[in-house]
Design a protein around this ligand. Structure first.
Ligand SMILES: Cc1ncc(COP(=O)(O)O)c(C=O)c1O
Ligand SMILES: N[C@@H](CCCC[NH3+])C(=O)O
Length: 422
């Protein structure tokens, strides 16, 4: 069941009409569905039942405190990529022993914070990082629980800007150096080597790249064990995609993905971690926006809306296309016309859709950019003096503003005038 659907001619989030949220919160704003987030995290938990697996939500996809509280309350752990994310996850109530710390550039200060907090695991991505973590852990008189991220050099068959598991990507240890680095890790006093981590990319719509990568990991486990290296954990990363547009190929469901995991690495006696981000949050959110003007050019028509590329960067960054649904349902036989939907920011890339077929949009109409719950609000910025977008969490017939819009004063509050310009 879709938790964003039309009822009585209006698009609802669960039982709340989006018109009501627009009136009370203003636009643009992100709206998330508790029921969808819940369903998705449960789907992963069910899919992996019987496997010793921890589902760590990749909070880079959606770091809102209420969202994290909901997901961790349902049993999810958290995958973090910075000291900042770790602090936010802990503040949201996540248990440190269910936090996995990933990322290519952890500083000594971040490593110290992670060890002091007692995170489940730190995923190390390079030899210099391994040596640095060893030194930090020894300095603290402890041993860091570590998985080493390998780069399996497989093509994830996704957008080139979001693939991570090819040899030319910056992530993980090169496949050909893996054995040497794992052996080295075994000799370091500050490192408690637990196993292998990998993550091959994002928005992956086919199981074949996962299967290829996991089979390579299976071979590596055998080689490493023969070398006397401990491999008791496998962190398989995230990456499962979501449908962005009607008619897109349906991505494999978590159950099918879990079957690949079961088939490829399920019998190795390893505890598993998976780090889904987009698959949990993507379809659980929309960006609600209002049409400011309809502009009829000679060759084109534009709907200029109050959301922009700073609020939802994906179209400008990756040419991503988010479906646009009018909040007021158009009659089935309504005429449609081709229109460009653009934001007010002074950049030509501030374009959400080109020549999209929509029922006529006029000033004041509300629209929703669908599938905006992942990599939406987290990637927003204040370009063009635009305040960060508020976020709203819906649960049944109630909703709450889980991040409010900052005031103009707050937006400028970190800046300071040097005395010579006073
Ligand atoms: C290490 C790691 N884990 C998990 C994720 C989450 O990916 P996704 O949102 O595609 O599931 C990412 C981002 O691609 C990542 O870099
Ligand atoms: N932020 C990206 C994907 C990168 C995932 C993080 N490694 C997106 O919106 O699709």
């Amino acid at each position: 069941m879709h938790h964003f659907s039309y009822r009585d001619g209006l698009l609802h989030a669960e039982d709340v009409p989006l018109t009501r949220i627009a009136e009370q919160v203003g636009t643009p704003c992100y709206v998330y569905s508790t029921a969808t987030l819940t369903r998705h995290v449960r789907a992963f938990a069910d899919a992996f039942s019987g496997l010793d697996a921890m589902i760590c939500f990749a909070m880079k996809a959606n770091g809102n405190r209420a969202v994290l509280r909901l997901l961790t309350g349902l049993g999810a752990g958290v995958d973090v990529v910075s000291g900042g994310e770790m602090a936010l996850a802990l503040a949201a109530g996540a248990r440190a022993d269910r936090i996995v710390f990933s990322g290519v550039g952890k500083t000594a200060a971040e490593m110290t914070a992670a060890l002091e907090a007692g995170v489940h695991q730190i995923n190390v991505e390079s030899e210099p990082e391994l040596e640095a973590l060893d030194a930090v852990a020894r300095g603290l008189g402890t041993r860091a629980p570590v998985a080493i991220r390998v780069n399996p050099d497989v093509d994830a068959a996704t957008h080139h800007k979001i693939t991570t598991g090819k040899a030319e990507n910056k992530f993980g240890i090169e496949w050909t150096s893996a054995r040497r680095v794992f052996r080295r890790a075994m000799t370091l006093e500050g490192i408690a080597l637990k196993g292998i981590a990998l993550h091959i990319g994002s928005q992956i719509l086919d199981l074949a790249p996962f299967e290829a990568a996991f089979l390579k990991v299976r071979d590596l486990v055998a080689l490493l064990r023969a070398d006397g290296v401990t491999v008791e954990r496998l962190d398989l990363g995230g990456g499962l995609g979501v449908p962005y547009r009607h008619g897109d190929n349906a991505p494999p469901p978590p159950a099918a993905y879990a079957d690949v995991v079961r088939r490829t690495v399920g019998d190795l006696g390893c505890a598993l971690t998976i780090e889904p981000g987009r698959a949990i949050a993507g379809n659980a959110g929309v960006l609600l926006s209002r049409v400011i003007y309809r502009k009829e050019g000679v060759t084109k028509a534009f709907a200029i809306v109050d959301a922009a590329m700073n609020d939802l960067m994906r179209p400008a960054l990756y040419d991503a296309e988010h479906e646009i649904w009018p909040v007021r349902e158009a009659p089935r036989d309504a005429e449609r016309a081709l229109i460009d939907v653009v934001g007010p920011v002074c950049e030509s890339t501030d374009t959400f859709a080109r020549d999209v077929s929509l029922p006529p949009l006029v000033t004041e109409d509300l629209i929703a950019f669908m599938t905006a719950g992942a990599y939406g609000a987290v990637m927003a910025n204040q370009y063009n003096g635009r305040p960060l977008v508020p976020e709203v969490l819906v649960d049944g017939d109630r909703f709450h503003v889980v991040r409010r819009r900052p005031t103009m004063e707050e937006m400028g509050s970190l800046e300071d005038t040097p005395p010579w310009l006073e």
